[in-house]
Design a protein around this ligand. Structure first.
Ligand code: PQ2
Ligand code: NAD
Length: 207
């Protein structure tokens, strides 16, 4: 399967199931500002607490195929394997669907993600070993500390200035490579100085 980065802001996501796994998916997707509907005959405390926040809607009954008509993404997270399979079978082939109890029956898997500002590192074992995925995530969390948040922001701003400047192609590439040096990540002051310098180059052009 191919990883894609997807913008779910204001898009409809429908989750069947209201237990621990549904709550975890709902929390992650809520962070993406998706419009989330959770459908289940019974909800866990965690789901009920989440639904107090904006962006969540609860429907208290078993899920049926029609519930997913408007959804960009469907998450089948009931604890009833047959129900997950029956709902999955009723969905059109073009719909995005994650089946939480059977990696290969859907077309979407959730990776474990380490987020550091603009930088996101996603890990998956394609369902082979969720335990390995979590282990690697923990290792990456240590490897990529908070300095990457400011640094990835700096890289984005610096790149915009460089691209807007009237420097030649080679010169632009040289700067974009130079700022990958770790001393920038480890020194915010150096980043600020560099941004001022690059901003001047970009302003020359807009005048
Ligand atoms: C990464 C993460 C993202 C997330 O859920 O957001 C995620 N699973 C996480 C946790 C976790 N998963 C499991 C446990 C139980 C305890 C343990 O084993 O430790 C825990 C721990 C817990 O629940 O606390 C077991 C498990 N997982 C799946 C099955 C069903 C099956 O495969 O049959 C079973 C039961 C069979 C078994 O026990 O093996 C299926 C899937 N789980 C996936 C993703 C997809 C592929 C991931 C991959 O392979 O890379 C996939 C296919 C579908 C999907 O859900 O998208 C998240 C880490 C969050 C984080 O730490 O940030
Ligand atoms: N993907 C993962 O990371 C992962 C991890 C562990 C377990 N699992 C699997 O995920 C499934 C769900 O686990 P859980 O811990 O959230 O279970 P849970 O028992 O906490 O919750 C199950 C929920 O499904 C609802 N439900 C049952 N039938 C339904 C139907 N027809 N329509 C709508 N909702 C229905 C129940 O009311 C309940 O809210 C299990 O099958 C488990 O094996 C997945």
């Amino acid at each position: 399967m191919q990883p894609l980065i997807i913008d779910l802001k204001d898009r409809s996501v429908v989750i069947a199931g209201g237990g621990r796994i549904a709550a975890r998916k709902a929390r992650v997707l809520g962070g993406e500002q998706a419009a989330i509907t959770i459908i289940a005959p019974q909800f866990s405390e965690e789901v009920l607490a989440l639904a107090e926040e904006p962006g969540y809607r609860l429907i208290e009954r078993k899920a049926v195929a029609e519930d997913f008509a408007e959804a960009l993404l469907v998450v089948l997270a009931t604890n009833d394997h047959e129900a997950n399979q029956a709902l999955r079978a009723a969905l059109p082939a073009h719909q995005l669907v994650c089946v939480v109890d059977e990696a290969n029956s859907g077309n979407v898997l959730f990776p474990a993600t380490v987020r550091r500002g603009n930088l996101q590192i996603a890990v998956t074992s394609s369902g082979a070993s969720p335990k390995l995925t979590r282990k690697l995530k923990k290792e990456l969390e240590h490897q990529f500390d908070a300095s990457w948040i400011v640094y990835s922001d700096f890289l984005g701003k610096a790149r915009e200035f460089v691209l807007r400047s009237d420097l030649g192609f080679e010169q632009k590439q040289d700067i974009l490579l130079e700022i990958l040096d770790d001393r920038y990540r480890l020194n915010e002051l150096l980043c600020d100085e560099k941004l001022l310098e690059l901003e001047k180059l970009s302003k020359k052009v807009s005048r």
